[in-house]
Design a protein around this ligand. Sequence first.
Ligand code: PXL
Length: 267
Amino acid sequence: MREPIRRVLTIAGSDSGGGAGIQADLKTFSAFGVYGMSVVTSVTAQNTVRVHGVEALSPEFVSLQFEAVYADIGVDSVKTGMLYDAQIVMIVAQKLYSCTIPNVVVDPVMVAKGGDTLLQKDAIEKVKHELLPTATLVTPNIPEAEILSGIRIESPSDLREAAIRIHKLGCGAVLIKGGHLKGDAVDVLFDGDSFSRFTSRRIATLNTHGTGCTYSAAIAAGLARGLSLKKAIQVAKKFVTRAIQEAIPLGKGHGPLNHFIRIEEIE
Ligand code: PXL
């Protein structure tokens, strides 16, 4: 008998350019053969070059979208991305506390590649103290990990210390993405007991827009399909690496990844 399809929800911002945010998440969910749903928190007017504008939805409407899909369809796995302001972070944290979704991946999106704000400053404390404790996994890049941990990260030992500090905020596990350091792209997982490393070769390309979104969406999809945390990260990392290698050169700036990677080829 065929297994029932897994249901995966993204709570994130819309990228009109189609490379990051909700659009990247839904493309990734399809590549992983899971059923994708979305709660839109905010809308960006954006292309591969820059963000032209941002508008947030009301927290009430974010909540309404969540309730509509959770009550009727159900959710095996959720990921959060761009949440934009403190009120939206609070409502999302409340929803995740009060329902029972087995896998919660929090991508603590803060700033776009071009420097535009995707999370307002006064929302950071809410992410740390309200949202992170609901997470099975949190996936900061190095600048985000520095803000969440309060320490500078310049070496692998700083990175491990930051992971321990972020874990103390109450999440199940922390995956710090090392792509912003020099050399190979080494990501470090801390699950409260031990560290694991996930390594891939650095790829020289401009086409990396939406990498973080795609990675956390792929992990959420893998978890929904019953993979262990480490296996889900391993498969997601391979998927993202291939999607960057085979990226589509569109637009005049940071182009999007190629989400048409066959996951059967990497599992
Ligand atoms: O990659 C972070 C990110 C998340 N969500 C949205 C974005 C971006 C980056 O530009 O636009 C909507």
